[in-house]
Structure formats: C-alpha cells, structure tokens
Design a protein around this ligand. Sequence first.
Ligand SMILES: [Zn+2]
Length: 496
Amino acid sequence: MVYESPVKRKANEMGAPTRSSDIADDMEIENAKAGAAVVTSKPAAAATPQNAVVFSPQLLRVYYQRLFPFQMMYDWLSYGNDWEKGSEIGNERDFFGKREWSFTIQPTPQDEIYIRYQSFKDCAEFTAAVQKRQPNKIDIGAVFTHPPKDHNTIKSDVFHTKERELVFDIDLTDYDGVRTCCSGANICRKCWKYMNMAVKVMDEGLSKDFGFKNMVWFYSGRRGVHCWVCDESARELSNDARSAVATYFELPLENENKSMDLSSNLHPMLVRAFRVLEPQFIADIIGDNGMGILTNQKSWVKLLKTLPEGFRTSTGIAAELDREWSKPTCTKSPTQKWAQLKQKINQATKKQQGKSAANTDSKTSESAEMWIYETVYRHTYPRLDINVSKMQNHLLKSPFCIHPKTGRVCIPLNTKEIDSFDPFAVPTLPQIVAELDEYEKTHGKAAAAKVPDWQKTSMKSSVQYFLKTFLNPMKTEIRKKRQDMKDREAAVMGDF
Ligand SMILES: [Zn+2]
C-alpha cells in the first residue's frame, strides 16, 4: 500500500477543513464517545411545501414495508457471518449484531430525535425495528466488540470499535469556492459534474494505489456522494491508517491565491488525476456550459491574477492575453484560450530555463508550469470531507435511505457510466410508491404478486447494478474463502 502523501504538508495545513453541518440533513454526526447520551433531541426544521410533496410518513411506511432492501443490506453488512450458521468454521454468528445503527425519528413535526447505539441480531430484528420506528434517516456505524445496544452495561474500557468500512463523503457545499452556479445545499447539473470527476479520481486511486476491489458509490440523496470500501483489509484499518489513506488524496485547495507547493516531480497519483481532470476542466468548467472562468474579462482576469507573481511581471503574459481576449474582434473559445495560455506559459518557461539554471527565473518558470496543474486541481480535484473517513466510529447515512428534503433514494452509482448520471432523475419516494400501483394495474394482481416489489419500480436498474457489480462478487469471494478454510481444516483433521 502507498501511504505517502503526494503533498508536502505543513503542520498547520494538516487540519482538515470542517464545515458546518446540519445533523438532520447531513451525513456526518459527531462521534459521541461510547457511553455518551444515546438520545439527543432538537427542534425539527419547519416543513416546506416542497418536502410536504416529496416526503411523508405515509409514503415512508410503504417504502419500509415493501421497498427498502433489508435482506440485501443484511447480506452485505454481515459479510457472510450468519446468525443461523452458529459456530461453523469461519462464521462469527453475532457479527451483524455488533454493528451500530442510528435512527433519526420525528415523533411530532416539531421534534426530531436521534437514537444512537442500536443493534440487531439478524435481518428479521433489523427489519422489525425499522418498520416500527419509521426513521426519517438511518445511519450506519462501526462493528464493536459487543452489541452496541448493551453499551451501558459493558465496561467502557472493553467496549470499542473493531472494524468499519473505509468511507468517503464528498459534498458540493465544499465546492462553494469554485462553483459559480449555486451555493450551499443547492445543486444543478453544471456543478454536479464535480461529483462525477471526484468519483472517477477516487475510484481509480482506491483501486490502483491501494488495491481495493469491493467498493461501491452512492448518491447521498441531495448534494453529494458516498463511497464504501468494503474489502476486509479496508474494514480492519486503524484510525491512523484511515487518516493516512484520506490524507493521501488530500490537496490544499482552499486558498486560491496561494501555491499548493507541488513538487515539479509530480506524484504518479496526481499525474493520473490530471489526465482524467484536464479534459473535464476544458469540457465542463471553463466555458459557459460550466463555471465560465474563461468566458468573460472579469473571470479570466481573476484567473490570470493567480499566475505566480514573479512570472507574471517578468513575462507580461497576463496583460498580453487580457488585451488580446478583450478585443471585440477576438473569437477565441474558452478551449482555445486555455490552449493558448498553456502554450504561452510553456514558451516562456523554456526561454527562462534556457538561461542559467541557478537563477531565480528557473524557479519562477517551474512554479508557472505547476500553475497549470494547480489550476486544474483547484477547479476539479475531489474535495473530501476528510473527517468522515478518519474515524472507525463515524456514522454515515445508510444507502437506500430516502433523503427527507428531496424525497430521493440514495441509490448506487454506476461508476462506469458516471457521466450520464443525473441527480434530478433519481427516483423519488412518491414516484416509486406510485409505480407499485401502476405495475399492478398494468400486469394484474396475480402476476404482480410474483415479482419482487423493487423490480416494479425505477429503483430496479440501480439495485441490479449493486447486486451484479458489488454484492454478488463479494459474496462469491467470501464463500470461496470460507470453503478454503473448511478444506484446510478437513485436511488437518485428515492428517491425524
Ligand atoms: Zn450548480
């Protein structure tokens, strides 16, 4: 595994940026210490006319009764450890029961209650609890040494986390410094492109640099994406190792007037990311269809101002380009402007490098060359909410939940077709509930009864994708491992 960070980091840059977060809305929850209060309450946000349409207790009831994939979630999160299989070789029968779940429930419209440290022996208990409580939101925590529901009766020095998927949370609110179309919780198809880019870079990095195989991405339901890395090696990572993996992917993107201090001998991960990101930067960011950073004078002057100061003054490139691009006769497209800017930088740096290698010009030309990379990263590189990844016991919203504000299902993302993902086309709660009725009307009651409910709705393709590319291959791998253990045990017994 490669844990070396691609960035030379100063101590004061190590702290991850924190963002203000709304517990009811967001995926992150403070890590309460074991033994801390289980139930917290806060006034619920007033229902807007919008969420009155997309989300209601009645619709949610139907969803938990007929559509939430309890068995699939159990199959996934038990990792082959079945209560039913008892003490069979390799089976840890109470594995699922040591997982922390948390529910956000809303007993009255004015109140929101958040219940931590719940745990369920098996799929039946889990299903019954969700159907009884009707949580607005379900969060998944770590697997502990003991069932979390017993945490008050267990000595705190023996109650601790044992394992947890390595998770990543990427949220469009962290892109407010670069997106010009929306801010805060608002999103549009323009800024959603950032999420596609982030998924591509992270997915490739996690599989190529860390060798992870069992990974799955989800739409968070509103303005971001979540990644769950489920390989055994990932689940067993200590908090320090998690921080190292997360930090490996982190770049200091915040201050646009400050160099990222990247080495000119760029880390292979960053070289690879650049190959993914620069074409998207050109296609989706610089033009009018994106953030427009090379479409009008105000924007390009802002960008040109970020060129290294020494380079800017010694070459006059910024002023020259601004003059040319501002002419009423200039017909250059943003793509042509970017190409021209790069070409000018390369020409100027070659000229400067031709002079003495030891003079200050060579330093400025190096930083000007790196400016091209930094600019692309600044505008496209994944912005992780790094705190979510660092701790085993950080809770993350459960896949297949319904987002109470949008009514959208947290569905898996097809990473191979990520560019065609449209967050506004994600099935909503009223839609899928209506689809159940429509299916019955079209096919008749008897025929409809034979088909699993999720297959009658527009959740179908994403659930199938989840099964085919993630859950089934992982189950096969676990079964094979279990069989190998049994075979080895049988061979040892045969020796006696
Ligand atoms: Zn937007």
